[in-house]
Design a protein around this ligand. Sequence first.
Ligand code: NCD
Length: 319
Amino acid sequence: MIPSKKKPKPVMRHLLAMESLDKSAINYLLDLAEHFAATPSHDPSICTALCGKLVTHLFFEPSTRTIHSFEIAAKRLGTIVLQPNMMNLSTVKGESMIDTIHTFEKMGTDCFVIRHPDNFMPQFIAGELLGHTHIINAGDGYNQHPTQALLDLLTIRQHKTTFENLSVCIIGDIAHSRVARSLVEGLQKMGTEDIRLVAPQIFMPEDIKNLQVTATNKLNDGLANADVVVALRIQKERIKNSVLPDVNQYFQSYGLTQERMTHAKPDAIVMHPGPINRDIEIDSQVADGPQSVILQQVKNGVHVRMAVLHTILTQSDPS
Ligand code: NCD
């Protein structure tokens, strides 16, 4: 039985940012993801759940985990998935993004899953739709990546009893990270107060004061007694005007090693959204070690995306 029978389904036309989800909507989506994880994939309540729906992926940036887990999630629920070859789209002939969107809408798209290098592009597209089409943000610039935050929250919930008393340490290129922004917002909605962001000054966001977190340049201070440790990749593709740090020096100061992990709680979990750059932000011993839940995050990604697609695509249509 789908948990929506017990808890009210959140009203969700789109999923553009964590801002639109409250604690009960987050819990609903995480419970539904757990339900999908526990139900055999050949069960008709799953494999025909969204039969007849068309999901179109528009990824204007590379992706391994996000695009393919969305594809698997949509196909597991019985939808048709259109995955255009981005190099062959008419946008390269000068067609505007909105004309491309309208074209796919008229071909029957029910839901777009969009990743774009520009902040707020999915939000902009959502304002330009012709019909009652849905949009899921799969990452926009350094702004938001809501399904990543949901899968991170699910992974944390599977290991820790409450969100309220957790100490969470997020390390690395925070300034250019949509993952960090979305996760901080998600954790705060779930009641986590002790969030520490650790980065060299060049990777600290300018609006850090608005985020209501603790910021430090010292890794061991951020790690002290942490329950959850999240390492992030340096977002080279988003760094245009400043000089990248030397990777060896960066690893010396901010690389997550076994020795450094001794500052966190002994039962702390280690997370990373992927892709990992080994020996830059994280040592292989930690990435592949017993505290790592990185591959569990990958697995949860499929079920969380099933939950989001299912919730959005089973909303009753407006009259
Ligand atoms: C992240 C992203 O694209 O924002 N990866 C992901 O979605 N799994 C993080 C990154 O690319 O570093």
